[in-house]
Write a protein that binds this ligand. Structure first.
Ligand code: HEM
Length: 498
């Protein structure tokens, strides 16, 4: 396929490069999705960058995304496993996010959709979400005595607590250690280090501190997983409750133990799928935590910031929630069905602030053509979902927060409208969409129902709210969101005194 134009491949266009670092200098000083959008404006919707020694193709239009994730989805259905990821995760134990395309990933993906993230399972954690949303409301109310409230911190706690409770249960005694380990692991995996940028360089391996950190993380995980799995197995032997109280790790261990699935999968299959390494359940649960926690916290923060900047939208959303829930003491999931406008608000926030702006990287499995260019096997691929969702060729007033643009229901995030793909598309699309959305809806409805919100002293105008992003595990706010809540009790609104 690469034998074109007299034997030379027609690669996608690239900016000018420097020796050794390639195009890295073009990304310096800006967040990757922003720098890549600016480069794409000059070099086109499919461009080839060399990041150190790593070839990377970036897709920046709906047409390019459609080709990669629909027409050629199978050719791009694998994830790159960098040297650092491989140090932390042995082959066969990658979990779901990092799993290369193949039988192992396919089976785990089925476990995800049929068991872990199915509608039934999402429903089974309803009480966890409602309790955690209640805890969030109480925490906001309690902090309201000394405003402003650091809403970012409270939302992070809400998202992390509800995820960890779903994954390992509320009775797990080393929960805080587990949470700390997951958060450290996520930060390590989110970084591109020297050995990743120069995959064949021994020097990069030698000078970087990442290999040591990854190895220590793996050792920590192995030690911890033993205790975690043992505790869960003892509990499941002691319990006669069937699966009534199962957390996600219980489900994974049950599947490993019994092959108890709706599709034929024996214990032996599972072992070969997940490898015999004892840390496989860890990476599966880490993926669920990665998927569930940061994405929810980040999105909720952006939604609240956008609502503060757009008072008419805030009033309309509050009006809807308060009308639908009139007289209720607290918000439950039964109440969410009628909140149409609030759902448009969430959609619009996911358009302007997709928490995973470049989606998760894919890798080309087979040399092929995209938009008429040759993409060589082994190339890493990013889809700039953030840039596409702000492209004026698809969106009117793309930088403005206008939930009504989704009112006619023509565009959705289910992976078929490629100008709007916050959850990705194709075979590797996010399997946790339903799980994620219900988490967002319950927390948001609670914040809108119970509180009125004002800007802290010193932030006089809504336009002064700092909207700068930073890139960590997700594209979140650089500054914590500080707001002043007023508890709304019936018709009177007063600052809480406790
Ligand atoms: C607002 C919420 C969320 C957003 C915006 C989001 C976004 C994404 C994106 C962009 C991808 C990559 C898709 C691709 O490569 O095409 C992804 C993959 C994934 N997400 Fe989510 N996600 C969310 C919530 C969740 C939740 C709640 C879970 C699980 C509890 C989850 C689990 C996963 C997993 C396991 C993958 C990897 C799938 C694979 O590689 O086959 N996500 N997510």
């Amino acid at each position: 396929a690469l034998r074109r134009r007299g034997g030379r491949p027609q690669l996608p266009p690239s900016p000018w490069a420097l020796p050794v670092i390639g195009h890295l200098h073009h990304l310096a000083g800006a967040l990757p999705h922003r720098a890549m959008r600016d480069l794409a404006a000059r070099h086109g919707p499919l461009m080839l960058l060399r990041l150190g020694g790593l070839p990377v193709v970036v897709a920046s239009s709906a047409a390019a995304a459609r080709e990669l994730m629909r027409a050629r989805d199978l050719d791009f259905a694998t994830r790159p496993v960098t040297r650092m990821v491989r140090l932390a995760i042995p082959a066969g134990a990658e979990g779901i996010i990092f799993a290369p395309y193949g039988e192992g990933w396919r089976q785990l993906r089925k476990v995800c959709t049929v068991e872990l993230l199915s509608a039934r399972r999402v429903q089974s954690f309803r009480h966890v979400r409602e309790e955690e949303a209640g805890r969030l409301v109480r925490a906001v109310a309690a902090s309201a005595t000394a405003p402003p409230v650091n809403l970012s911190a409270l939302l992070s706690a809400y998202a992390a607590d509800s995820s960890v409770r779903a994954i390992v249960g509320s009775r797990f005694k080393d929960r805080d250690t587990f949470l700390g380990m997951l958060e450290r692991g996520l930060k390590l995996f989110a970084k591109m280090s020297l050995p990743d940028l120069y995959p064949s360089s021994r020097l990069a391996m030698f000078v970087s501190r990442m290999p040591g950190r990854m190895t220590r993380h793996r050792q920590e995980v192995v030690a911890f997983m033993d205790a975690l799995v043992q505790e869960h197995e003892e509990r499941s032997r002691a319990s006669a409750d069937g699966d009534r109280d199962e957390d996600l790790l219980d489900v994974l261990l049950r599947i490993q133990r019994d092959g108890d699935l709706q599709f034929p999968l024996t214990t032996d299959n599972i072992k070969s799928v997940v490898g015999s390494d004892e840390i496989w359940p860890y990476h599966a649960v880490q993926d669920l935590f990665a998927g569930g926690s940061e994405t929810a916290a980040t999105t909720l923060e952006w939604i609240m910031a956008e609502l503060m900047r757009n008072p008419p939208v805030m009033h309309k959303a509050q009006d809807e929630v308060r009308r639908a829930l009139a007289g209720r003491q607290r918000v439950t999931e039964d109440d969410l069905g009628d909140l149409h406008y609030m759902r448009l608000v969430i959609k619009e926030a996911l358009r302007l602030h997709p928490p995973v702006p470049l989606l998760l990287p894919r890798e080309c499995r087979r040399t092929c053509q995209v938009l008429g260019f040759d993409v060589p096997v082994g190339t890493m691929v990013f889809v700039n979902a953030w840039a596409i969702a702000r492209d004026p060729s698809y969106w009117d007033m793309p930088e403005s927060f206008v939930p009504e643009r989704f009112q006619d229901g023509k565009i959705d995030f289910k992976g078929t409208d490629f100008e709007y793909i916050p959850f990705g598309a194709g075979r590797r699309m996010c399997p946790g969409m339903a799980f994620g959305l219900v988490n967002l809806e319950l927390a948001l409805a609670s914040l809108l129902y119970h509180f009125d919100w004002e800007l802290p002293v010193g932030t006089e105008a809504a336009a002064d709210i700092d909207m700068t992003e930073e890139m960590g595990v997700t594209a979140r706010r650089l500054q914590d969101l500080l707001l002043v809540p007023f508890v709304r009790m019936g018709r009177t609104i007063k600052r809480v005194e406790c």
